[in-house]
Design a binder for this molecule. Structure first.
Ligand SMILES: Nc1ncnc2c1ncn2[C@@H]1O[C@H](COP(=O)(O)OP(=O)(O)O)[C@@H](O)[C@H]1O
Ligand SMILES: [Mg+2]
Length: 76
């Protein structure tokens, strides 16, 4: 059976880690074509950290706000 080869994201994770360890506020924009592994990279990055993971959608802000309210606050 065909299996997609795992793409090593060590460099990207190291980059995010370096930002995470900075003292001040950091804002990182991650952009790329769809299905290139953006979501997976971010999930991998936050898995051992306190985090709020909200995937906003191009819909009215009330929709995204209600999604925010329904988040599972397991890690807090
Ligand atoms: N590092 C990786 N190596 C191999 N496959 C990956 C990797 N990261 C993601 N994928 C797979 O590629 C597909 C798209 O990943 P996803 O993170 O949803 O992309 P995006 O958020 O950029 O649209 C998923 O099936 C995912 O399991
Ligand atoms: Mg995605």
């Amino acid at each position: 059976m065909f299996r997609k080869q795992f793409v090593d994201r060590r460099k990207e994770l190291e980059f995010l880690d370096s930002k995470y360890k900075e003292n001040g506020f950091e804002f990182v924009i991650l952009s790329g074509r769809r299905r290139t592994g953006k979501s997976r990279l971010l999930k991998e990055f936050v898995k051992d950290k306190e985090n709020i993971f909200l995937l906003c959608e191009e819909r009215r802000w009330q929709y995204n706000l209600s999604k925010f309210k329904r988040l599972q606050w397991n890690s807090w």
